[in-house]
Design a protein around this ligand. Structure first.
Ligand code: SF4
Length: 160
């Protein structure tokens, strides 16, 4: 059975910096949950950050991750990313559905480090590490591409 790593906030878990979730209502996601294919994960919680917490953004020049009041939380973000990778390796997970624009989970855009709601092209810390190790990362914006990949992956004959 193909397992999928999914951002915990998509699953209704109140783990976002402001103590909310970002529940994703999608029929395919519901069926993956029903089939026990989903592995829920929040890298920022796994990295040791609390709920609620100060919002943090990746600084474009230094690549450090700072909170809006200037605290460096790079170590916690990197630890969360490493834990995500370990989990994927333990469960042989090759696909992930992660929240777009998050400094951990973003896959095509992230906030630009100025705390002005501006975004730029880029990927979150966890997404980057997972991709470096061959995990295919998708977001809520391109979930249809993930559905298509899973379908074609399932159709491939298994090696003898
Ligand atoms: S780190 Fe990822 S899973 Fe955790 S709250 Fe942010 S977007 Fe959701």
């Amino acid at each position: 059975m193909i397992k999928i790593l999914v951002s915990a906030c998509f699953l209704g878990e109140k783990v976002r910096y402001d103590g909310t979730s970002q529940q994703l209502l999608n029929q395919s996601l519901l069926s993956w949950i029903h089939n026990k294919q989903v592995v829920s994960f929040c890298p920022e919680i796994a990295g040791g950050l609390p709920v609620p917490r100060q919002p943090a953004e990746i600084q474009a020049k230094s690549q450090r991750i700072l909170t809006c009041d200037g605290v460096d939380v790079s170590a916690q973000f990197n630890k969360g990313a490493q834990r995500a990778l370990t989990l994927c390796q333990q469960h042989h997970i090759r696909f992930a559905l992660l929240k777009e624009s998050s400094p951990s989970c973003g896959s095509t855009t992230i906030y630009d480090g100025t705390f002005t709601q501006e975004k730029m092209s880029g990927e979150g810390v966890t997404t980057k590490l997972l991709r470096q190790h061959g995990v295919r990362v998708f977001s809520e914006k391109n979930i249809t591409a993930l559905i298509a990949e899973l379908a074609s992956f399932s159709e491939k004959p298994s090696p003898h």
